[in-house]
Design a binder for this molecule. Sequence first.
Ligand SMILES: C[S@@+](CC[C@H](N)C(=O)[O-])C[C@H]1O[C@@H](n2cnc3c(N)ncnc32)[C@H](O)[C@@H]1O
Length: 276
Amino acid sequence: MTDKEFERIVRYTQSHYGIDLSRKKVIVSGRLDNYLAMHGYPSYDAYMNSVESDKTGAEAQNLVNILTTNHTYFMRETDHFDFLQKVVLPELREKNSRTHDMRIWCAACSSGEEPYTLAMILKDFLGLDYPNWDTTILATDISRRVLENAIKGVYLKEQIESLPQRWQHANFTKLDEGSYQVKKEIRDNVIFRQFNLMSPLPFKKKLDVVFLRNVMIYFNEETKRDLINRIYEFMEPGGYLFIGATENIDRSATDFCYVRPSVFMKGRQTAGNGAM
Ligand SMILES: C[S@@+](CC[C@H](N)C(=O)[O-])C[C@H]1O[C@@H](n2cnc3c(N)ncnc32)[C@H](O)[C@@H]1O
Protein backbone atom coordinates (compact mmCIF):
# COMPACT_ATOMS: atom_id res chain seq x y z
CA MET A 1 0.00 0.00 0.00
CA THR A 2 1.54 3.29 -1.07
CA ASP A 3 1.36 6.33 1.21
CA LYS A 4 -1.01 7.96 -1.27
CA GLU A 5 -3.37 4.97 -1.29
CA PHE A 6 -3.28 4.83 2.50
CA GLU A 7 -4.01 8.55 2.79
CA ARG A 8 -7.05 8.15 0.57
CA ILE A 9 -8.50 5.47 2.84
CA VAL A 10 -7.67 7.52 5.95
CA ARG A 11 -9.40 10.57 4.47
CA TYR A 12 -12.47 8.55 3.57
CA THR A 13 -12.95 6.84 6.95
CA GLN A 14 -12.24 10.09 8.78
CA SER A 15 -14.72 12.19 6.83
CA HIS A 16 -17.49 9.58 6.65
CA TYR A 17 -17.25 7.77 9.98
CA GLY A 18 -15.00 9.92 12.17
CA ILE A 19 -12.60 7.00 12.45
CA ASP A 20 -8.97 8.11 12.53
CA LEU A 21 -6.79 5.40 11.02
CA SER A 22 -3.81 7.63 10.29
CA ARG A 23 -1.51 5.64 12.57
CA LYS A 24 -2.87 2.21 11.63
CA LYS A 25 -1.35 1.48 8.23
CA VAL A 26 -0.37 -2.10 9.08
CA ILE A 27 -3.82 -2.90 10.41
CA VAL A 28 -5.57 -1.28 7.43
CA SER A 29 -3.54 -3.12 4.80
CA GLY A 30 -3.69 -6.36 6.81
CA ARG A 31 -7.49 -6.23 6.95
CA LEU A 32 -8.06 -5.10 3.36
CA ASP A 33 -5.56 -7.37 1.56
CA ASN A 34 -7.64 -10.54 1.80
CA TYR A 35 -10.84 -8.77 0.79
CA LEU A 36 -9.23 -7.19 -2.28
CA ALA A 37 -7.70 -10.50 -3.37
CA MET A 38 -10.97 -12.39 -2.89
CA HIS A 39 -12.97 -9.84 -4.86
CA GLY A 40 -10.46 -9.37 -7.67
CA TYR A 41 -9.56 -5.74 -7.07
CA PRO A 42 -6.19 -5.02 -8.76
CA SER A 43 -5.26 -2.17 -6.38
CA TYR A 44 -6.37 -0.19 -3.34
CA ASP A 45 -7.28 2.70 -5.61
CA ALA A 46 -9.47 0.48 -7.76
CA TYR A 47 -11.19 -0.63 -4.56
CA MET A 48 -11.66 2.91 -3.28
CA ASN A 49 -13.05 3.96 -6.68
CA SER A 50 -15.66 1.29 -6.23
CA VAL A 51 -16.40 2.34 -2.61
CA GLU A 52 -16.86 5.96 -3.67
CA SER A 53 -18.89 5.32 -6.80
CA ASP A 54 -21.19 2.54 -5.56
CA LYS A 55 -24.53 4.33 -5.24
CA THR A 56 -26.06 1.46 -3.24
CA GLY A 57 -23.54 2.06 -0.46
CA ALA A 58 -22.88 -1.70 -0.27
CA GLU A 59 -19.14 -1.45 -0.90
CA ALA A 60 -18.79 1.35 1.67
CA GLN A 61 -20.64 -0.87 4.13
CA ASN A 62 -18.16 -3.67 3.45
CA LEU A 63 -15.33 -1.24 4.16
CA VAL A 64 -16.94 -0.35 7.50
CA ASN A 65 -17.44 -4.02 8.33
CA ILE A 66 -13.78 -4.72 7.59
CA LEU A 67 -12.16 -1.69 9.21
CA THR A 68 -14.11 -1.26 12.44
CA THR A 69 -12.85 -2.90 15.62
CA ASN A 70 -15.78 -4.52 17.38
CA HIS A 71 -14.25 -6.05 20.48
CA THR A 72 -16.78 -6.22 23.32
CA TYR A 73 -18.01 -8.58 26.01
CA PHE A 74 -20.76 -9.01 28.60
CA MET A 75 -20.28 -6.99 31.80
CA ARG A 76 -17.38 -5.05 30.33
CA GLU A 77 -16.18 -2.44 32.85
CA THR A 78 -18.33 -3.82 35.68
CA ASP A 79 -17.99 -0.64 37.78
CA HIS A 80 -20.32 1.12 35.38
CA PHE A 81 -23.02 -1.47 35.87
CA ASP A 82 -22.65 -1.34 39.66
CA PHE A 83 -23.02 2.44 39.58
CA LEU A 84 -26.00 2.14 37.27
CA GLN A 85 -27.71 -0.29 39.60
CA LYS A 86 -26.89 1.46 42.86
CA VAL A 87 -27.25 5.10 41.87
CA VAL A 88 -28.62 5.79 38.40
CA LEU A 89 -31.57 3.40 38.27
CA PRO A 90 -32.92 4.26 41.75
CA GLU A 91 -32.78 7.94 40.76
CA LEU A 92 -34.53 7.26 37.48
CA ARG A 93 -37.20 5.11 39.06
CA GLU A 94 -38.10 8.00 41.30
CA LYS A 95 -37.72 10.74 38.70
CA ASN A 96 -39.76 8.93 36.03
CA SER A 97 -42.32 7.35 38.36
CA ARG A 98 -45.13 9.13 36.56
CA THR A 99 -44.17 8.19 32.98
CA HIS A 100 -42.78 4.75 33.83
CA ASP A 101 -40.16 4.94 31.13
CA MET A 102 -36.37 5.05 31.01
CA ARG A 103 -34.76 6.21 27.79
CA ILE A 104 -31.44 4.52 27.28
CA TRP A 105 -29.16 4.66 24.24
CA CYS A 106 -26.26 2.31 23.74
CA ALA A 107 -24.42 4.24 21.04
CA ALA A 108 -21.79 1.82 19.69
CA CYS A 109 -23.25 -1.50 20.70
CA SER A 110 -21.17 -3.82 18.51
CA SER A 111 -22.45 -7.43 18.67
CA GLY A 112 -24.97 -6.78 21.45
CA GLU A 113 -23.25 -7.84 24.67
CA GLU A 114 -23.41 -4.32 26.11
CA PRO A 115 -27.13 -3.55 25.51
CA TYR A 116 -28.12 -7.07 26.57
CA THR A 117 -26.14 -6.61 29.80
CA LEU A 118 -28.11 -3.39 30.33
CA ALA A 119 -31.42 -5.12 29.60
CA MET A 120 -30.65 -7.88 32.12
CA ILE A 121 -29.74 -5.30 34.75
CA LEU A 122 -32.97 -3.41 34.15
CA LYS A 123 -35.03 -6.56 34.48
CA ASP A 124 -33.22 -7.51 37.67
CA PHE A 125 -33.52 -4.03 39.11
CA LEU A 126 -37.24 -3.56 38.42
CA GLY A 127 -38.14 -7.11 39.43
CA LEU A 128 -41.91 -7.68 39.47
CA ASP A 129 -42.42 -4.13 38.24
CA TYR A 130 -40.41 -4.78 35.06
CA PRO A 131 -43.46 -5.35 32.79
CA ASN A 132 -44.96 -2.05 33.97
CA TRP A 133 -42.04 0.02 32.70
CA ASP A 134 -40.96 0.95 29.19
CA THR A 135 -37.22 0.40 29.37
CA THR A 136 -36.62 -0.23 25.66
CA ILE A 137 -32.94 0.26 24.93
CA LEU A 138 -31.93 1.72 21.58
CA ALA A 139 -28.70 0.06 20.50
CA THR A 140 -26.87 1.38 17.43
CA ASP A 141 -23.68 0.73 15.52
CA ILE A 142 -22.25 1.62 12.13
CA SER A 143 -21.34 -1.96 11.24
CA ARG A 144 -24.14 -4.02 9.77
CA ARG A 145 -22.13 -7.22 10.25
CA VAL A 146 -22.07 -6.90 14.05
CA LEU A 147 -25.70 -5.77 14.19
CA GLU A 148 -26.80 -8.94 12.41
CA ASN A 149 -25.15 -10.98 15.14
CA ALA A 150 -26.54 -8.71 17.85
CA ILE A 151 -30.10 -9.19 16.61
CA LYS A 152 -29.72 -13.00 16.70
CA GLY A 153 -28.41 -12.78 20.26
CA VAL A 154 -26.53 -16.07 20.00
CA TYR A 155 -23.30 -16.40 21.99
CA LEU A 156 -20.80 -19.09 22.86
CA LYS A 157 -20.73 -20.62 26.34
CA GLU A 158 -17.39 -18.89 27.04
CA GLN A 159 -18.91 -15.53 26.16
CA ILE A 160 -21.69 -15.71 28.73
CA GLU A 161 -19.54 -17.09 31.53
CA SER A 162 -18.78 -13.64 32.95
CA LEU A 163 -22.47 -13.27 33.81
CA PRO A 164 -23.80 -14.46 37.18
CA GLN A 165 -25.06 -18.08 37.00
CA ARG A 166 -28.51 -16.89 37.98
CA TRP A 167 -28.63 -14.56 34.98
CA GLN A 168 -27.33 -17.22 32.62
CA HIS A 169 -30.23 -19.48 33.61
CA ALA A 170 -32.85 -16.75 33.65
CA ASN A 171 -31.92 -14.96 30.44
CA PHE A 172 -30.48 -17.52 28.00
CA THR A 173 -31.80 -20.56 26.19
CA LYS A 174 -29.34 -23.33 25.47
CA LEU A 175 -29.28 -24.03 21.72
CA ASP A 176 -26.65 -26.81 21.76
CA GLU A 177 -23.58 -27.82 23.78
CA GLY A 178 -21.66 -24.67 22.91
CA SER A 179 -24.15 -21.92 22.20
CA TYR A 180 -26.84 -19.96 23.96
CA GLN A 181 -29.44 -17.45 22.82
CA VAL A 182 -30.62 -14.43 24.77
CA LYS A 183 -34.27 -15.05 25.71
CA LYS A 184 -36.93 -13.30 23.67
CA GLU A 185 -38.09 -11.24 26.64
CA ILE A 186 -34.63 -9.61 26.84
CA ARG A 187 -34.15 -9.40 23.05
CA ASP A 188 -37.50 -7.66 22.75
CA ASN A 189 -36.29 -4.98 25.13
CA VAL A 190 -33.47 -3.93 22.78
CA ILE A 191 -34.02 -2.27 19.41
CA PHE A 192 -30.99 -2.51 17.12
CA ARG A 193 -30.49 0.07 14.37
CA GLN A 194 -27.64 1.00 12.10
CA PHE A 195 -26.53 4.53 12.89
CA ASN A 196 -23.44 6.56 12.09
CA LEU A 197 -22.43 8.76 15.03
CA MET A 198 -21.36 11.43 12.53
CA SER A 199 -25.02 11.89 11.47
CA PRO A 200 -27.47 14.27 13.12
CA LEU A 201 -28.93 12.58 16.21
CA PRO A 202 -32.41 11.24 15.49
CA PHE A 203 -34.13 11.59 18.87
CA LYS A 204 -37.55 13.11 19.46
CA LYS A 205 -37.42 12.64 23.23
CA LYS A 206 -34.51 13.36 25.52
CA LEU A 207 -32.38 10.57 26.90
CA ASP A 208 -31.83 9.50 30.51
CA VAL A 209 -28.74 7.37 29.99
CA VAL A 210 -26.20 7.14 27.17
CA PHE A 211 -23.54 4.45 26.93
CA LEU A 212 -20.85 5.71 24.53
CA ARG A 213 -18.06 3.36 25.46
CA ASN A 214 -14.91 2.45 23.64
CA VAL A 215 -15.76 4.13 20.37
CA MET A 216 -14.29 7.61 20.85
CA ILE A 217 -10.82 6.03 21.00
CA TYR A 218 -11.12 5.84 17.22
CA PHE A 219 -12.04 9.53 16.84
CA ASN A 220 -9.86 12.64 16.86
CA GLU A 221 -10.33 15.40 19.44
CA GLU A 222 -12.52 17.58 17.24
CA THR A 223 -14.86 14.72 16.35
CA LYS A 224 -15.09 13.70 20.01
CA ARG A 225 -15.87 17.23 21.18
CA ASP A 226 -18.53 17.70 18.55
CA LEU A 227 -20.18 14.35 19.32
CA ILE A 228 -20.19 14.93 23.09
CA ASN A 229 -21.78 18.36 22.64
CA ARG A 230 -24.44 17.01 20.31
CA ILE A 231 -25.27 14.24 22.77
CA TYR A 232 -25.49 16.80 25.60
CA GLU A 233 -28.31 18.58 23.74
CA PHE A 234 -30.33 15.37 23.62
CA MET A 235 -30.04 14.48 27.30
CA GLU A 236 -32.44 15.10 30.15
CA PRO A 237 -31.12 17.27 32.97
CA GLY A 238 -29.72 14.77 35.45
CA GLY A 239 -29.08 12.27 32.62
CA TYR A 240 -25.91 10.19 32.70
CA LEU A 241 -23.24 9.63 30.05
CA PHE A 242 -20.89 6.65 30.35
CA ILE A 243 -17.69 6.54 28.30
CA GLY A 244 -15.00 3.84 28.17
CA ALA A 245 -12.67 3.56 31.17
CA THR A 246 -9.62 4.40 29.05
CA GLU A 247 -11.32 7.30 27.27
CA ASN A 248 -11.50 10.94 28.22
CA ILE A 249 -13.41 14.03 27.19
CA ASP A 250 -12.14 17.59 27.13
CA ARG A 251 -13.97 18.91 30.17
CA SER A 252 -13.26 22.52 29.29
CA ALA A 253 -15.23 22.07 26.06
CA THR A 254 -18.38 20.48 27.45
CA ASP A 255 -21.15 21.35 29.93
CA PHE A 256 -21.25 17.78 31.25
CA CYS A 257 -20.35 17.54 34.93
CA TYR A 258 -17.84 14.99 36.06
CA VAL A 259 -19.42 12.41 38.37
CA ARG A 260 -16.74 9.74 38.71
CA PRO A 261 -14.15 8.24 36.35
CA SER A 262 -15.74 7.84 32.90
CA VAL A 263 -19.21 8.89 34.12
CA PHE A 264 -20.68 12.34 33.42
CA MET A 265 -23.98 14.04 34.07
CA LYS A 266 -25.97 16.79 32.45
CA GLY A 267 -26.79 19.73 34.58
CA ARG A 268 -26.17 18.93 38.22
CA GLN A 269 -22.94 19.35 40.12
CA THR A 270 -23.22 16.31 42.35
CA ALA A 271 -24.73 12.89 41.98
CA GLY A 272 -25.10 9.82 44.13
CA ASN A 273 -22.16 7.99 45.61
CA GLY A 274 -18.65 8.99 44.72
CA ALA A 275 -19.69 12.30 43.17
CA MET A 276 -17.18 15.11 42.94
C1 LIG B 1 -14.75 -1.51 20.40
S1 LIG B 1 -16.43 -1.51 19.97
C2 LIG B 1 -17.16 -1.02 21.50
C3 LIG B 1 -18.36 -1.86 21.85
C4 LIG B 1 -19.01 -1.54 23.20
N1 LIG B 1 -19.46 -0.19 23.28
C5 LIG B 1 -18.07 -1.82 24.34
O1 LIG B 1 -17.59 -0.91 25.00
O2 LIG B 1 -17.78 -3.00 24.59
C6 LIG B 1 -16.55 -0.02 18.99
C7 LIG B 1 -17.76 -0.01 18.09
O3 LIG B 1 -17.93 1.33 17.56
C8 LIG B 1 -18.47 1.22 16.26
N2 LIG B 1 -18.25 2.48 15.53
C9 LIG B 1 -17.09 2.99 15.07
N3 LIG B 1 -17.30 4.15 14.42
C10 LIG B 1 -18.64 4.39 14.49
C11 LIG B 1 -19.48 5.44 14.01
N4 LIG B 1 -19.01 6.47 13.32
N5 LIG B 1 -20.80 5.36 14.26
C12 LIG B 1 -21.31 4.32 14.97
N6 LIG B 1 -20.57 3.29 15.44
C13 LIG B 1 -19.24 3.34 15.21
C14 LIG B 1 -17.73 0.02 15.68
O4 LIG B 1 -18.43 -0.55 14.60
C15 LIG B 1 -17.62 -0.91 16.89
O5 LIG B 1 -18.62 -1.90 16.89
